[in-house]
Ligand binder design. Sequence first.
Ligand code: MG
Length: 250
Amino acid sequence: MKIVRYSIGRKTAYGILKDNRIERIAGTPYRGIKGTKEYRKLSEVKLLAPCLPSKVIAIGLNYYKHAQEVKQEVPKEPLTFFKPSTSVIGPEEKIIRPKGCEQLDYEAELGVVIGKTATRVSKADAMQYVLGYTCFNDVTARDWQRIDKQWTRAKGSDTFSPIGPWIETDLDPANVTVEAYLNGKRVQQGNTSDLVFDVPALISFITNSITLLPGDVIATGTPAGIAPMQTGDVIEIKCSGIGTLKNTVA
Ligand code: MG
């Protein structure tokens, strides 16, 4: 099932996308999904970020090949950092380069969307807390990441968390091909089978100390092939079994 968030006129709603048609659901998708039999064509609406995370928790160096690429050792425990709610944008929205940032990189990632409040969850129980999966672009001001000890602005600036185009609930997160296309050319390709820490391990590790709320997103890390984007570039993040998240750089 594909869960979307969308606007039409001044109204915003969640819905289920099927065959280019959206059925609005009552309320949010976090307390059971109830259809309303109210339908819209996909072409009539504007798709929004499919969830409104209180925070994104992103994972660094979580693919063996990417760790090799940046000549760093794979961490012994997941390397986590925050991206704030204000960094979130949806499909087709513009990624804005902040003033003074010289190198703006894309990072294609599989995003895990949390479905219910999760505190101190075991690996065995972790998957019960997942609503579904989406494409995520961990936009990074690489020069700021090198300069700063904390990555607050390097990873958390406005528009640095494109999410979408929807949440796919039916997916095996252990076998997803994650790709980035820059102006139509493939620049990143990896598979989540290469993850150092898999999705249950990440949920268990994070919730040991941080409560995850419905709609929060875990960005699971990026495969090899990171590189800069220039103004006007079109960046697409594609996850197999989900779809394509497309944004442009302004
Ligand atoms: Mg990343």
